[in-house]
Design a protein around this ligand. Structure first.
Ligand code: FE2
Length: 415
């Protein structure tokens, strides 16, 4: 590996490392050959120096065409050559279409949310869980979220107020659907994935509320009790014919980690099926980025960075990288501050330029709401090809500015 300044970089060279975190660049982290003039110019604009692998010049294949195998468990490796990279298209089809999508997804999310709240409370009070209705509504959600992923992802950022568990289950369900779709899973697989994700924490209804809602750290004994929820969940659901083997695996194994340090069985690497790992990533991501009784949520891009560092131990680097490619560094629905204190909401991811998505402006520099909520494409350069006019300064917590993202979603949807 040799360090060179970007002015010495040439077509055909194989770049293995940049002088900055790869998350802050549009390039894949596993290395790539410089294949076009455009790539060369982008590298020269982004970095001062890079590291190259002289042994790989001329022989490299492009990252997008190199098959990446993600383990589906011991029996079925799945090759993710078809992983979707066009989340801009997926995330953005125009304002009218987005508003229409938002109306449909809001309605489906509302129905599913009410059902999950009832289902969880039924289990808490010893009644049987209506998994038949859960399956039907999940199938509806799969239709909506695969048809309108941007609108569905938007709704995973809503403030959950006093209620956490049902919203968490719903968010993990939506994130898993969109991630499964990104990985190219079939619709049938996505339905099992989504139902497993929705029900993954059902066993927590057997955990005492005093432990679940305890602010601060748990004692070792309390944590041992929490660790029972995957097996409790499995036992609650195993006689339900609507709940498949794959769903049960998700419920029982979503705290397993590839290093073998997870629970309840300490499974390792490929012993953990890919549908379980999808839900594990969605679960941790939603957990650390949401406000809970025991912690304040952290901004999405900080959470993704942390999870990327945990990935070799917990989820696998390939899977984690795909998740980041799927939802973007500034996920759809995040509230961001732009130049001059203007606030906006991320509307679409931009794989070619991760730091420059499409943003809907909601408050001007004086803090006044924009009536028509204009859209700006942060990647658009100024006339004459100069630097783009807008950029993101930071991700902000909606509560800091008293902003209700749910209300804005309703206004956008016109409901
Ligand atoms: Fe869990």
């Amino acid at each position: 590996m040799r360090k060179i300044t970007v002015s010495d970089l040439q077509l055909g060279m194989y770049v293995t490392e940049l002088d900055r975190p790869w998350l802050e660049s549009p390039f894949p982290f596993q290395g790539f050959p410089v294949e076009s003039q455009e790539q060369l110019v982008t590298l020269q604009k982004t970095c001062e120096y890079v590291y190259i692998d002289e042994g790989r010049e001329h022989t490299a294949t492009t990252p997008s065409s190199r098959p990446r195998t993600v383990s589906r468990g011991a029996t079925q490796p799945v090759t993710v050559t078809q992983a979707r990279t066009d989340l801009t298209g997926l995330g953005w089809r125009g304002r009218d279409s987005f508003r229409h999508d938002m109306r449909k997804v809001l309605a489906t999310r509302g129905k599913l949310h009410r059902h999950v709240q009832r289902l969880l409370s039924d289990v808490r009070f010893g009644r049987s869980a209506d998994t038949r209705e859960a399956r039907l509504l999940t199938m509806e959600m799969v239709d909506e979220a695969t048809g309108n992923p941007a609108a569905a992802l938007w709704l995973t950022n809503l403030e959950t107020k006093h209620e956490y568990t049902a919203s968490h289950c719903l968010n993990v369900c939506i994130l898993s659907i969109v991630f499964g779709m990104h990985l190219g899973l079939s619709k049938d697989s996505i339905i099992e994935l989504a139902l497993g994700a929705l029900l993954h924490d059902i066993g927590k209804m057997r955990t005492p509320v005093s432990i679940l809602d305890k602010p601060g750290l748990l004692t070792e004994d309390e944590f041992d009790i929490v660790k029972k929820h995957p097996v409790d969940g499995f036992n609650i659901l195993r006689k339900h014919k609507e709940v498949s083997e794959k769903c049960l695996e998700i419920v029982q194994l979503h705290h397993e980690r590839i290093s073998g340090q997870g629970y309840p069985f300490g499974l390792k690497g490929e012993e953990i099926p890919v549908h379980v790992r999808i839900v594990a990533i969605a679960d941790v991501y939603d957990d650390i980025t949401s406000n809970r009784v025991y912690h304040e949520g952290i901004p999405a891009h900080t959470g993704l960075n942390m999870m990327f560092h945990w990935a070799p131990r917990d989820f696998g680097e390939d899977m984690m990288q795909e998740f980041i490619r799927c939802i973007g560094i500034y996920p759809i629905g995040s509230l961001v501050e732009l130049n001059k204190g203007i606030l906006g909401i991320v509307m679409s991811t931009n794989p070619a330029s991760r730091l420059r998505p499409i943003v809907m402006l909601i408050r001007d520099a004086e803090g006044k709401p924009y009536e028509r909520r204009p859209l700006v494409n942060l990647a658009r350069t100024t006339p004459g090809g100069g630097e783009p006019k807008w950029s993101i300064k930071r991700v902000v917590d909606p509560r800091e500015f008293g902003i209700d993202l749910g209300r804005i979603a309703e206004l956008e949807a016109g409901v």
